[in-house]
Design a protein around this ligand. Structure first.
Ligand code: PXP
Length: 238
């Protein structure tokens, strides 16, 4: 199981005082040395945490993989084509949301997303689509030739009780198995933490987890290196 670390909220902290600390480049070095398989950053339209200059700098310094999370809009697509991340994860974006709230409606936006995927493929950039664990969305993602999907685990993470959580876990597992059977790479993420990530990591069809907030929050107490290592050992499977 690969683990990629979303560093958006290290940028949130940096931006709180308008300076350069904590440094994102330093943070990514620590994450990579602690065993992260990749770094994720979300260049939002409102640039509330990650900025264009961050993405360019990270592209030069990251030694694992850079996953640029983004909305499929022209302005950000231009930045992505210039920076050439290892892959992009396309997400829906609403201005007022605290974080990405929902998966893409691939079925309703097939034509547009297909064009965007084609553009990225012409530039040799792989594409992942962030989707809810719903059969129709995964089939639509496959039809428009995405390379990977990322299954939205937010609902699972916020389940109201353990029975509900088990149901949602089964839904994620089914979605992952379907995506794998269609030949897609399978990622999962959103809301995963030290209590709930283990069960998702145990789903064999999932290749990679994308985790941000809980690791950055834990790093306040134990340091980033330790926070990443703890998550690594939690999700690691032989
Ligand atoms: N995957 C996607 C598509 C996301 O939008 C986010 C949040 O930026 C994450 C994973 C990471 O979620 P969290 O910060 O809750 O771990």
């Amino acid at each position: 199981m690969r683990l990629t670390i979303n560093i958006d909220h290290i940028a949130t902290l940096r931006n709180a005082r308008g300076g350069h600390e904590p440094s994102l480049v330093e943070a990514t070095r620590i994450c990579e040395a602690a065993g992260a398989h990749g770094i994720v950053c979300h260049l939002r339209e409102d640039r509330r945490h990650i900025r264009d200059t961050d993405v360019r700098e990270l592209r030069k310094t990251i030694t694992t993989k850079l996953d640029l999370e983004m909305a499929a809009i022209d302005e950000i697509i231009q930045v992505a084509l210039e920076v050439v991340p290892d892959f992009v994860t396309l997400v829906p974006e609403r201005r007022r949301e605290l974080t990405t709230e929902d998966g893409l409606d691939v079925r309703a936006n097939k034509l547009h997303l297909k064009e965007v995927i084609k553009t990225f493929h012409q530039h040799r950039i792989a594409v992942s689509l962030f989707v809810n664990p719903i059969r129709e969305q995964i089939e639509a993602a496959h039809e428009i030739e995405t390379d990977m999907i990322e299954i939205h685990t937010g609902e699972y993470a916020e389940a109201r009780n353990s029975l509900h959580q088990q149901e949602l876990l089964a839904q994620v597992a089914q979605a992952a198995a379907l995506a794998k059977s269609l030949g897609l790479g399978v990622h999962a993420g959103h809301g995963l933490n030290y209590s709930n990530a283990g069960a998702i990591a145990a789903i064999r069809a999932i290749d990679e987890l994308s985790i941000g907030y809980s690791i950055v929050a834990r790093s306040m107490f134990v340091g980033l290196e330790c926070a990443v290592k703890e998550m690594r050992s939690l999700v690691h499977q032989e």
